[in-house]
Design a protein around this ligand. Sequence first.
Ligand SMILES: [Mg+2]
Length: 360
Amino acid sequence: MKISSIAVHRLSIPLRRPVRTSIHDLTHVHTVLVEMRSDAGLAGSGYCFAFGRRAAGALHELVLDLAPLYEGKDPVEVRAHHAAAWRALNFLGHAGAGMMALAALDVACWDLAARSADLPLYRYLGGARNRVPTYASSGLWIDSSIDDLLAEADRFRAQGHRAMKMRIGRPSAAEDVERVRRLREAVGPGVHLLADVNQGWDEPAAVRVGRRLEAYDLYWLEEPLPYEDLEGCARVSAALTMRVATGESDYGSLAMKRHLELHVADVLMPDLQRMSGVTEFMKAAALCEAYHQPVSSHLFTETSCHLLAASPNGLIVEHMDWWEELYGEPVRLVDGHLVVPDRPGIGYEPDPRALARFRA
Ligand SMILES: [Mg+2]
């Protein structure tokens, strides 16, 4: 079996609601989608994205640059292709846009390989469970009013969520604490509440505000500091009794190893495109397991659920709906868990109507 063609699509997918966090102000996810076909008539897909057309244009060029390393090859030999692409990225480096571009190809190739074995990706990776705990992440933004937060929490619960993530890091710490208090009071003790600072604090604020938030039983506190301040985050984690999560903004399994060696956080949440795809994500997950730590994920819900299902230490998967319309169907949610499709590969295909509608 051979990879007979690789199509690369540029898409601009509007967010249902523009997103603001302590460091973001966003309206579209500019997505570069790879469709990889085999001579057996199967197709796998993967994507990377950026915020902004020109940044996505750079990703597009890098995907086109790496694609010949996959063309004509057997999709099942996916780790060998990743290794070749890794070598090809040596000059640009193993962080940044090159890694994201590789992710689109690596994910498409794993999807195609699993389809050619007629197995869902989580089983192709050796996993046994097809349900993974999840948390709602497409809401509870930092610029929402408290009334909007409470209404959105109700919507999430009605959808079947039992865990949800709010964004904090407003200029006023008192407002952050009050918003967490009101939301905790509204959802009650049976719902996991997560809080993401999106790197918005410095170390003294993280310890000071973090300690005040511990009264509200947060499931985790996410990215309290600028992502590259590993030593600072390690000190914050040590100073707080609640779980600290981080890792989404760093690149490759080697970065996750550095986090683990320095005890930076209690949970790492590797990002599929910053890992450069499934190959490196699974290495990062295995490293976490070797260090007796759980692993979570960042975005890429449709694929990440397979990777956590296949990881014995997989904790909880982020449910983000930004690419739902690309696939033309929502993920299935039952009682706080994502049901991982038992269809071959990732189990989702890009909807041709969405490709036409979102073409950029
Ligand atoms: Mg985050």
